[in-house]
Design a protein around this ligand. Structure first.
Ligand SMILES: O=C(CO)COP(=O)(O)O
Length: 246
């Protein structure tokens, strides 16, 4: 299996002291040879983590960026600003942003363009609601999200995060993940041709120390996007340990 990627999304968690402690514990336990690891703290802790991670192999990610490089956008942060801080990856179109901020596929696509232009790797999230999964029309949703959120020439990562599995402790089953990964791959190839075969697809949604081995063994799963468990060093390190070092 090729080298996998584990991304920790701290969401809106972490004051200075707890962030310092968490990152120190993570670095102390990080395997010498392991998967690619990226930590995405809130904006306010990016500078602190940029320092802590500077001479390590752990990457630094942000949780969003604006689609414009600068301008009158109160409260927003641009991709070049993140780049300047030492950020390498940026999560875009997370369902919490799509739902809480009404973020549309088109905006996510513009943000992905802006991120790539600034030299960041976008991690674009897609995922269906519980209703869409139960009605059986979740592939329509995912198909539209892939089509609408990924720009031409997309050179980033896709994260499949079923909304009903986020923060619920109820991860998608292996069969559901495997089937959806196959569908997403098909859509990526339809949209990007040969290049669509190389786009990594992560799984996210209640990944924890107990289910990581099973989830990360599913073909097509290139890694995991981890929320809650990324806030506990032991749990996150177990997930890192379950991933392929390639
Ligand atoms: O939304 C997620 C990561 O982006 C997943 O969150 P949980 O791992 O807490 O379910």
């Amino acid at each position: 299996m090729s080298r996998q990627m584990i991304v920790g999304n701290w969401k809106m968690n972490g004051l200075r002291e707890s962030s310092r402690e968490l990152v120190a514990a993570l670095l102390a336990g990080m395997p010498k040879t392991g998967p690619d690891v990226v930590i995405c703290p809130p904006f306010t802790q990016l500078a602190l983590l940029a320092d802590s991670l500077a001479s390590t192999s752990v990457g630094l990610g942000a949780q969003d960026c604006h689609q414009d490089p600068s301008g009158a956008h109160t409260g927003d942060i641009s991709a070049p600003m993140l780049k300047e801080l030492g950020v390498s990856h940026v999560i875009l179109g997370h369902s919490e942003r799509r739902q809480e901020h009404g973020e549309l596929d088109e905006t996510v696509r513009e943000k992905a363009v802006a991120a790539a232009k600034a030299g960041l790797t976008p991690i674009v999230c897609v995922g269906e609601t519980n209703d869409q999964r139960e009605n059986g029309d979740y592939t329509d949703t995912l198909g539209w999200q892939i089509k609408g959120s990924l720009p031409d020439g997309f050179c980033g990562i896709v994260a499949y995060e079923p909304i009903w599995a986020i923060g619920t402790g109820l991860a998608a089953t292996e069969a559901q993940i495997a089937e959806t990964m196959t569908f997403l791959r098909q859509e990526l190839v339809r949209q990007f041709g040969e290049a669509g075969k190389a786009i990594k697809i992560l799984y996210g949604g209640s990944v924890n120390a107990d289910n990581a081995v099973a989830i990360l063994s599913i073909p097509e799963v290139a890694g995991a996007l981890v929320g809650g468990a990324s806030l506990k060093a032991d749990a996150f390190l177990s997930i890192v340990g379950a991933a392929s070092a390639g």
